[in-house]
Design a protein around this ligand. Structure first.
Ligand SMILES: [Zn+2]
Length: 179
């Protein structure tokens, strides 16, 4: 009996998203343009499922969108793969696999526009390494925007805290969320 009681107590404290958090889209304004970035609920769910709340390693993946300017709708978010390198404060994706995924998605009409990963912090901000790798990714990758999007997912249990920024080869800017 005691064990059952304890199980109930533990369930009560399990981090749970408010249901409404993942049913609606979230929108971010792109700097110096009327464009807006829209994340659909399944994309938000992929981020949410990887939050680092109990000592899990970093996770991440790629962002794929379709364009109906001024709306850039993020429709597909890839999840971590078993061949990715994952540590508490470092995520090293399998780049060969990613290049293949980018080609396959493009054939299906999904455009590669950036990357996401998690951080073990509540209000995530990019590390020096994140900024450097975004610069390199912008220069090296085949993408169809004049910037590259980075999402960093925080580890707050009851809400989905996101850092969203646009990067080119020399600058980056954080995107404001539309309320
Ligand atoms: Zn990072």
């Amino acid at each position: 009996m005691r064990r059952n009681t304890q199980a109930v107590v533990e369930i009560k404290f399990m981090p749970r998203m408010r249901e409404t958090d993942l049913k609606t889209t979230r929108q971010f304004a792109l700097p110096h343009s009327k464009q807006r970035l829209v994340f659909i609920p399944s994309a938000l769910e992929a981020f949410s499922n990887c939050r680092q709340m109990r000592g899990e390693p970093e996770g991440g993946g790629l962002l794929f969108a379709q364009f109906e300017f001024p709306t850039i709708r993020i429709l597909v978010v890839t999840r971590p793969h078993r061949t990715d390198g994952r540590w508490m404060t470092l995520f090293v994706p399998n780049r060969i696999l990613q290049r293949r995924t980018i080609k396959n998605k493009f054939k299906k009409g999904y455009h590669f526009i950036g990357e996401w990963h998690t951080h073990p912090e509540q209000n995530p901000t990019p590390s020096g390494l994140d900024l450097k790798s975004m610069r390199e990714a912008f220069l090296k990758s085949n993408h169809e925007l004049n910037y590259f999007i980075m999402v960093i997912v925080g580890n707050v249990p009851d809400s989905l805290v996101l850092w969203v920024s646009a990067h080119d080869d020399s600058h980056f800017e954080r995107l404001d969320e539309h309320q």
